[in-house]
Design a protein around this ligand. Sequence first.
Ligand code: HEM
Length: 413
Amino acid sequence: MSRVDLAELDFFSPEVQECPFSVYQQLQDEAPVWQMPGTNVFVVTRYNDIREIIRDPARFSSSFSALLNAGSSNEDVNAIYGQGYEMVETLLTQDPPRHRVYRNLVNKVFSNKRIEGMRDDIQAIADQLISEWIDDGEVDLLNRLCVPLPIYVIADQLGVPRSELTLLKKWSDASTSRLGRLADEEQQIQNAKDIVEFQHYFADLIDRMREHPEDNIISDLANNTIDEGRLLTKPEALGMIQQILVAGNETSTNAIAGGVVLLIENPEEQAKLRGSPELIPTAVEEILRLETPTSGMWRRATQDTEIDGVAIPEGSFLMVRFAAGNRDESVFPCAGAMQVDRENANNHMAFGQGTHFCLGAQLARTELQIAMTTLLRRTDNWALVEGKNSLKHHPNVLLRGLMDLHISFDKVS
Ligand code: HEM
């Protein structure tokens, strides 16, 4: 493993993020709670340290939205955001006890019963998408399955017509790019335009659902009440919709695409899975562990404290690196290897843990299981198409996802 000079390490640079695994391991070995030189940011890479932090919201707050939505230095960008709605802390960036008020509302909206009821629809969507190219022998899998599957599912649930799916994808990409904080100025302006367009679209939809309620998530959010029986304000509802949209799209897309590459790179594991399809749920957990589409998340120290013997001053930011925790050898032996029957695969932290445990975990698992089962059943002899795959990831400090994925395959008759 090549070692880097930690005093010189630019952890969030696109180069390090493209292939971060040896850096994760070095940090775990040498500086598991590592202060980025010249900053008040600590990067945390060991499983147990991350676990301690995310299960203690009183000491480690999620009020880090200033980091995510910080005003741009570009006045044009700020002027565009001025035409939209203010951002309100609801789920991801809200702390208990207020967090519970919003979370209870969405837990109701995202009930296990609703997700179970979606299984047949998700299967039908997967089959429909695959049928479109099953006779072609080669496919842009990213854009013909991994991207559309979660978007179709969430669009149906949000009550957005299929004709507007490209808009949904555009808005989701803009929010992800804003979160990622690596966009150039031109991209920041486009992101701002797209996000404000998203806000106005859903503000109108909320009004329509208040006048004529339907059986979908927007209608539930628009009409359920919180506090002493009041409806959500527009910024509250928009904040929640934006999180559901973004969190529910990119991450699932990235998990499906990353999972297919892992299975191509590990032909023996793929063969094991084809021979024993009952392993699919465990294989999906293993994919989530190795891919960790949400590589990390922020926390803010509310007091002077310490983690693993390292002093953390009040107000410091902690980058809890789920992707590193998921490769911690003390929890997952041979952590870099894919084992579709790994006994403790579902101890991974790809969905976080504790207060902010992913709202969409059950939905994501269902989508992944159906996508993998259907792909394996209907196609075989997968291979990466030469010359069409960079196997590079979108530059983003929080989310990890492939830029392209073209595979060749045989149709199973
Ligand atoms: C493979 C797919 C997914 C991954 C890897 C993932 C990952 C995560 C992680 C790590 C967190 C915790 C963040 C923290 O601790 O600060 C989280 C929270 C969240 N996720 Fe997911 N997610 C996925 C899919 C989804 C889906 C499908 C939805 C919704 C449809 C969703 C909605 C949310 C929301 C709303 C939160 C915030 C919950 C809260 O703060 O109470 N996610 N997700």
